[in-house]
Design a protein around this ligand. Structure first.
Ligand code: AMP
Length: 622
């Protein structure tokens, strides 16, 4: 693999990239110097695309064109109730694509979630390139353990659109365990990874044994995270404000955005303080004039509001322990991951449950990216004695007659893996069977996630129950699935890669790759244009100043010319109109010459005046 490989933690709220160099993990700072980058993309009125902190900062004034929490939508169907739930909280419109996927709408354009995610990934790639002084192509990207095949595939697609070669998708908690265990190779420990981030909760039980990491069980909740805590505070603020003023802020997008930011800030501060004051001036306009929101919140009040959310994390934990046949007290280390685990209540609940102090050795915001870079180093051979045995998070199987679901691969099976089962026909002379591939834990097919369908045709005419059709599932190390069906009598075979389930066809992906590359050029062009306009603005400023001070030393015709030119230039600069600036540039330089002469004439006049005032000064000397 040529070049450096980076590990990327693509978070719901924040993303982080890391690289292994000479056995050391180095977190890659972004262009602003921060070690994590908000997973936020914004489109401005002027057509600029902003990523990260700069996008997050302008969200208040541009809420409908600022996209965040896109990870909640990636690889998801529009009709999914969880998408519906997420949509209610997002200030931008979520739309249904032609094949039923959840897309997002900005202005008059719809975007697929992988397309937006790719913008963030491209920014991380560029930061890595600036940091490492070389092109970066290969990446390991992490996803929540609970992501299904469609979500993993869509994440991989996002990487491709960003110009990355995604060599491996690994589960976030698995990455965290790698980061914890890299320098503890000789030990044997049962690890519990408790990952509560901005948008998702993941729990993984893993055995670390002399450099071998084996996932025993993984579970989680893709719709539980720090944002829910923020929402609880936000709801409280809206209620209190309504009681005090009778004004309902929940309909005002701009106010909601400000409330959301203030709620998150208060939440984070309450991890170290006992009480915070929340002040949002001019939040609404009432009959008696502008209204300000002022509230105070204690840690205890917050804890009472979110206790149920924290308790919800124990459900998947109990599932995973049951699955792995382990008791909570057998766990040797509980590793905390994700910014939300900084909350004292979360730590207390974890401590109570496992009867031990959680481990906070590695920064919870960076541990996953570090693990991804370690996995990358394992793949490139830089790290030798680590082996990662990952598992598939959900069962895989097919639909049978009557709408049942038959599991072929159980959840939490170690991957890569191949498994098969033999099925038969249900009617005499049946010449075709349809294989409907699904993922999930429900007994009825309709309640599981459909991954795709294909037909096995031209079966020889035989009585029902006689043909033997082997359906095989192959899962590669990324957790991505290939299914085949084979008539064992004729050897006839049909297979499918579970590709289209990301919702994007190959053609669409290619279009997005092209557009992303074009946008990269356009972005660079736009940046150059803005620099050009800024230098014209500097020239305009100095000409303006000279004209105000010395314009009267020009004849009337020249004064008119200067005035016209400066007006035209001012307009072009104000509109950030590069063509306009270019068109007026020549005239502006002419005007600069005229004004230089005017400044000279002015200073000469001043000297003459001074000489006139000072009879003692000999003539001809300055
Ligand atoms: P992550 O997805 O890991 O970046 O986690 C982000 C989540 O952690 C967001 O919901 C943040 O508001 C939350 N978070 C960050 N710092 C703190 C803190 N000090 N206390 C509580 N929550 C925090």
């Amino acid at each position: 693999m040529p070049g450096k490989l980076i590990g990327i933690d693509l978070g719901t709220t924040n993303s982080c990239a890391c690289v292994m160099e000479g056995g050391e993990r180095r977190v890659i700072p972004n262009r602003e110097g921060s070690r994590t980058t908000p997973t936020v993309v914004a489109f401005t009125d002027k057509g600029d695309v902003l990523v990260g902190h700069i996008a997050k900062r302008q969200a208040v004034t541009n809420p409908q064109r600022t996209l965040f929490a896109i990870k909640r939508l990636i690889g998801q169907k529009f009709e999914d109730p969880k998408v519906e739930e997420a949509t209610r909280r997002l200030p931008f419109p979520v739309t249904r694509s032609s094949n039923g996927d959840a897309w997002v709408s900005v202005g008059d354009r719809d975007y697929a979630p992988p397309e937006i995610t790719a913008i963030v990934l491209r920014a991380l790639k560029q930061s890595a390139e600036a940091f490492l002084h070389e092109e970066v192509v290969d990446a390991v990207i992490t996803v929540p353990a609970y992501f299904n095949d469609a979500q993993r595939q869509a994440t991989k697609d996002a990487g491709r659109i960003a110009g990355l070669n995604v060599v491996r998708i690994i589960n976030e908690p698995t990455a965290a365990a790698l980061a914890y265990g890299l320098d503890k190779k000789g030990r044997r420990e049962l690890l519990a990874i408790y990952d509560l981030g901005g948008g998702t909760f993941d729990f993984t039980l893993m055995e670390m044994n002399d450099g071998v990491f084996e996932v025993l069980a993984t579970s989680g909740d893709t719709f539980l995270g720090g944002e829910d805590f923020d929402q609880a505070i936000l709801n409280l603020l809206v209620d209190r404000f309504r009681e005090q003023t009778g004004i309902d802020l929940s309909k005002d997008r701009m106010a909601l955005q400000r409330l959301k930011e203030a709620s998150e800030k208060a939440k984070c501060e309450l991890s170290t303080l006992d009480r915070v004051e929340i002040r949002l001036p001019f939040i609404a306009q009432g009959p008696s004039g502008p209204q300000h929101l002022e509230a105070s919140l204690t840690r205890e009040e917050l804890e009472n509001m979110v206790r149920a959310l924290v308790a919800r994390t124990l459900i998947p934990i109990e599932d995973a322990l049951r699955e792995a046949r382990k008791a909570a007290t057998e766990v040797d280390q509980v590793i905390l991951v994700g910014g939300q685990t900084r909350m004292p209540l979360v730590q207390a609940v974890v401590r109570d449950f496992f009867k031990r102090e959680p481990n906070r050795e590695i920064n919870p915001d960076e541990v996953v990216a570090q693990g991804a870079s370690i996995q990358g180093a394992v793949l490139t051979g830089e790290v030798k004695d680590l082996v990662l045995l990952d598992v598939t998070p959900l069962s895989l199987g097919i639909e049978t007659q009557g709408g049942g679901f038959v599991k072929i691969i159980g959840r939490n099976s170690t991957i890569p893996l191949r498994d098969s089962r033999v099925f038969t026909t249900v009617a005499d002379n049946q010449s075709r069977v349809e294989v409907h591939v699904l993922q999930g834990e429900r007994e009825l097919a309709e309640f599981n996630k459909s991954l795709g369908r294909f037909d096995l045709v031209n079966l020889p005419p035989l009585p029902k129950g006689v043909p033997q059709i082997e359906v095989a599932f192959d899962i590669d190390s990324n957790g991505i699935v290939r299914v085949s069906a084979k008539d064992l009598m004729t050897g006839l075979e049909q297979s499918m890669n579970i590709r289209p389930s990301s919702g994007l066809s190959e053609l669409e992906i290619q279009r997005m790759i092209r557009e992303a590359a074009q946008n990269a050029e356009t972005d660079l062009q736009r940046r150059d244009d803005l620099k050009y306009i800024a230098s014209a603005e500097g020239l305009l400023f100095s000409c303006d100043k000279s004209f105000v001070e010395c314009g009267k030393f020009l004849n009337e015709e020249d004064q008119g010319l200067v005035r016209d030119t400066l007006n035209t230039a001012r307009q072009a600069v104000a509109n950030k109109d590069i063509q306009g600036v270019k068109a007026v540039e020549g005239r502006l330089l002419e005007v600069q010459k005229l004004l230089t002469n005017a400044v000279l004439a002015a200073s000469e006049a001043m000297m003459n005046a001074l000489e006139g005032d000072d009879p003692a000064r000999p003539k001809g000397l300055r």
